[in-house]
Design a protein around this ligand. Structure first.
Ligand code: 13P
Length: 248
């Protein structure tokens, strides 16, 4: 049995005080949820959120660099994330792939380094609208999945979370259907099975992301292959994110 995991990717939103206020509400509302709950505030708010001493809501970052330390202006190391309580880190989000030209190899290096430091990576994969229309969805997600997992060992794979986020569904209000997302996620799991064996693949949690809202979360969570969600816009509201986590 895989424990469902719902994570909020706040992207470039929320000041420190706004972040603290939002997380306080979530921590109070979600205590009894059987779902693993993660929030990924911007770097600037991590320390203040960690200082709240959360018991239910876990902390994640939105990015990380794969070197230990050094002359990498503007970058953040895994040890720095550990230091402010991060148990998760989102890697290879489509916005980073698009705007910051992150490649599969780059994502793979970061994923391996995160795990080396005991931080669980949430690795994002997903096709663009053009790729979907050209019938390339499976090709794209298989290539991205294999690429990102290139340096992961069989001992580490169960700690990896994959987020399937079709790019055309991010921030657009358009969503994949539950069945469609389930099929693609099944393909991702089959790819992991090819690399690490079925037993290992059955332990990996795979989320859906892209315009997840209180009104559509159940459609995704009720699918057998879908183990959670990576939520953008709706994770910025305590009310909406609470409803999403309490989808049943
Ligand atoms: P939205 O939920 O705003 O579509 O964003 C999805 C996303 O990119 C989460 O990482």
């Amino acid at each position: 049995m895989r424990t469902p995991i719902i994570a909020g990717n706040w992207k470039m939103h929320k000041t420190v005080s706004e972040a603290v206020e939002l997380v306080r509400k979530l921590e109070a509302e979600l205590q009894d949820s059987p779902v693993e709950v993660v929030v990924c505030p911007p770097f600037t708010a991590l320390s203040a959120v960690f200082a709240l001493g959360l018991s239910k809501v876990k902390l994640g970052a939105q990015n990380m660099y794969h070197e230990e330390q050094g002359a990498y202006t503007g970058e953040i190391s895994p040890a720095m994330l550990k230091d402010v309580g991060c148990q998760y880190v989102i890697l290879g989000h489509s916005e980073r792939r698009e705007y910051f030209k992150e490649s599969d190899v780059f994502v793979a290096k970061k994923a391996a380094k995160a795990l080396e430091h005991g931080i669980k990576p949430i690795i994002c994969v997903g096709e663009s609208l053009d790729e979907r229309r050209a019938g390339k969805t499976f090709d794209v997600v298989v290539t991205q999945t294999k690429g990102a997992l290139a340096y992961i060992t069989p001992e580490q794979i169960a700690d990896v979370v994959i987020a399937y986020e079709p790019i055309w569904a991010i921030g657009t209000g358009e969503t994949s259907t539950g069945e469609d997302a389930n099929e693609v996620i099944g393909k991702i799991r089959a790819t992991i099975a090819e690399l690490f064996g079925q037993d290992k693949a059955d332990q990996v949690r795979i989320q859906y992301g892209g315009s997840v809202k209180p009104g559509n979360i159940a459609e995704f969570m009720n699918q057998p292959e879908i183990d959670g969600a990576l939520v953008g816009g709706a994770s910025l509201s305590a009310d909406d994110f609470t409803k999403i986590v309490q989808y049943e």
